[in-house]
Design a protein around this ligand. Structure first.
Ligand code: C2E
Ligand code: MG
Ligand code: MG
Length: 614
């Protein structure tokens, strides 16, 4: 029995928190309900009211209570008289409520309302809403308690529904994110834990097919069965640990397993492996045998280094990789692969505005006659002066531009700039034979734009003669061309524009077929020329690969018979040049002659020709 429970506690004591134990008092006896504060007319109303009420004096003691109040505490009302009211509802356990209550006892506060959980003597707990108001007489207060247990239970059930998925009964996305956020906070501050977090983000391969062919009912059953297996995996993983991973359904056929306090990549990878095996075993769904597999993105990192959004983004990317790498596998997050993807994304999203802002420039690489070493033409090669990443070579962005279609706009700019430049050199050097300009054209430009009209317009606008323009297309771009692309090639060739096959030899290399197309030049791929590492006059020379030479020679002869000229790419040494010349190659391009350079440098070369490298 505590000292404070024996007699009325002075209000000053309440303020010091002297009253802390609850429901631990001997009854000071049964006093009649009629109190000093209560006019007799209200007595019966007070007693019979269904709302539990008690009158509390300025010292904080119950001076009278009605039957409802007694029933809540499971004791005769008389026994409650003289008890410390605050203790009955454990008001001191919450600092704010306690302070407000003390203020009310001093007459400085007009209302206190809070929710408390009461332990009924029969073991059940009851949720009550506590309302304390001044009675206006002698500083007494009226404490009323309404039983809100049913309401709370309903609220709880609604919350459960809100937080769980009805099909699998697993926690849903909302609950998952709540737990993830809480886990990240806890892991960041907890000193005892590992401070790490792990996540397996899973998507079923082939779920859509099950849904489409066997119907949604079977689909739902499959999801529920998968959920069961995932939960089993999580339970096994959590065996002998403080807690099992949380399994949640994030939507559709996506699930997540959250490993709080993870010990490292290996632990999460082991979990992913067990999930993969578990999902792969066939399911028996009401007589239907169904097989699926899962793709899983695995992320494991320090909690302080991440946020829920960052973790989910990483998991999403990793899951995408798992799918792209062939499905039915787990893939671990790789920061380097991600950086590459981010750069790709950053580039892709800024391509179009960059064209408008004029961030692209052209360099020109000489195309040189093999016999006399004279500059015949140049290939226009595009570069991106990226404000953030510096000068980017085309292999970083041409593919992206093809994917999103901006190659059409970029290609038009390249065509116009190159033709204008070629015409300018011609005007500036009227005494030299004019240079032709060779412009790379992507497949999509032939398909998605009116290339013929663009070329005609550009030539008219710049005044460049059609035979001074050559278009480079890859073998695969012209192979099998029929209809529109073939008509385009024919129209261009008809205008007098040259058509070259770029990187020849890397594709089908079907010369007989190519000869039926309006093609005039073959650009022999650099890989052939590389086989010509012939340093004949040096010691320890590596002998040339005769097979390559024979093949290339035959190819050149055949090309000539079909009326095509041949340009060799990537000529880097004079030995290569010598051999290429010997087997009949017409033109060369490569570092031996010049790297791709600015238009001014080409102008200089026109004034003072390249030293003939023979
Ligand atoms: P490509 O048309 O085969 O261009 C030749 C590439 O080989 C150029 O690379 C050039 O710098 C490089 N090269 C030249 N000589 C040598 C050499 O002796 N050794 C070595 N190792 N390499 C040499 P670049 O400029 O990076 O261009 C790469 C590719 O990008 C081009 O290959 C072409 O397919 C594409 N490309 C460039 N500009 C454009 C353009 O305006 N439009 C389109 N659609 N594609 C373009
Ligand atoms: Mg080219
Ligand atoms: Mg090439």
């Amino acid at each position: 029995m505590s000292g404070t429970s024996e007699g009325p506690a002075p209000a000053a004591d309440l303020d010091r928190g002297a009253v802390t134990e609850s429901n631990n008092y001997a009854s000071p006896g049964t006093e009649p309900l009629t109190t000093r504060t209560e006019p007799p007319a209200y007595h019966s109303v007070f007693t019979a009211a269904p709302l539990a009420m008690a009158v509390v004096d300025r010292e904080g003691l119950v001076v009278g209570a009605n039957d409802g109040f007694g029933a809540l505490f499971g004791s005769p009302t008389g026994e409650l008289t003289g008890r410390i009211a605050a203790d009955l509802v454990d008001l001191a356990s919450d600092a704010r409520n306690w302070h407000a209550y003390c203020e009310m006892l001093r007459g400085r506060e007009a209302l206190l309302r809070c929710t408390r959980r009461l332990k009924h003597p029969d073991g059940q707990s009851v949720w009550v809403q506590v309302t304390v108001t001044p009675l206006g007489q002698d500083g007494c207060l009226l404490m009323s308690l309404s039983d809100i247990s049913a309401h709370r239970e309903l609220q709880g059930r609604l919350r459960h529904l809100e937080m769980h998925d009805p099909v699998t009964r697993l926690p849903n996305r909302t609950l998952f994110f709540e737990r993830l956020t809480a886990a990240l906070e806890a892991e960041s501050y907890a000193e005892s834990g590992t401070g790490r977090i792990g996540l397996c983000y899973l998507d079923l391969d082939g779920f859509k097919a099950v849904n489409d062919t066997l119907g949604h009912r079977v689909g739902d059953r499959l999801l529920a069965a998968v959920a069961e297996r995932l939960t089993r995996c999580a339970d096994e993983a959590g065996y002998a640990r403080a807690s099992a991973p949380l399994v949640a359904r994030l939507g559709g056929d996506e699930f997540a397993l959250l490993v709080e306090d993870s010990t490292g990549t290996e632990q999460v990878a082991d979990l992913a492996e067990s999930v993969l095996t578990a999902v792969q075993a066939p399911f028996d769904l009401a007589g239907q045998r169904v097989s699926v597999s899962a793709s899983i993105g695995v992320v494991e990192r320090r909690a302080t280094d991440t946020t829920p959004t960052a973790l989910m983004q990483a998991a999403d990317t990793t899951l995408y990789w798992a799918k792209a790498d062939g499905k039915a596998r787990w893939t671990l997050f790789d920061p380097e692969r991600n950086a590459h993807r981010m750069t790709r994304q950053a580039l892709a999203s800024t391509l179009r505005p960059a064209i408008e802002r004029g961030e692209f420039v052209l360099e020109y690489q000489p195309l040189v006659g093999m016999e006399d070493g004279r500059l015949r033409g140049v290939e226009a090669l595009v570069r991106w002066n990226h404000p953030q990443f510096g000068v980017l070579t085309p292999n970083r962005f041409i593919g992206l531009a093809e994917e999103d279609g901006s190659i059409v706009q970029l290609g038009r700019w390249v065509l116009r700039t190159a033709c204008r430049q070629a015409r300018q050199w011609q005007l500036d050097h009227p005494d030299e034979p004019p240079l032709f300009v060779s412009v790379n054209v992507a497949v999509r430009q032939v398909w998605d734009s009116d290339l013929v009209a663009d070329v005609a317009e550009t030539l008219a606008e710049t005044g460049l003669a059609p035979h001074l323009l050559q278009l480079e297309l890859t073998e695969s771009a012209v192979m099998g061309s029929a209809g529109r692309p073939l008509q385009a090639l024919q129209a261009l060739s008809g205008m007098g524009v040259g058509i070259a096959i770029d990187d020849f030899g890397t594709g089908y290399s079907n010369l007989a077929y190519l000869s039926r197309l309006p093609v005039s030049v073959l650009k022999l791929d650099g890989s052939f020329v590389r086989g010509f590492q012939y340093e004949g006059d040096k010691e320890g020379a590596v002998a040339p690969n005769p097979a390559d030479e024979v093949v290339v020679e035959a190819m050149i002869q055949l090309a000539h018979r079909l009326g095509l000229t041949v340009t060799a790419e990537c000529v880097e040494t004079s030995a290569q040049a010598t051999r290429l010349r010997r087997i009949g190659c017409d033109t060369g391009q490569g570092w031996l002659y010049s790297r791709p350079v600015s238009p001014t440098r080409i102008a200089e070369l026109l004034s003072a020709p390249l030293e003939a490298r023979r």
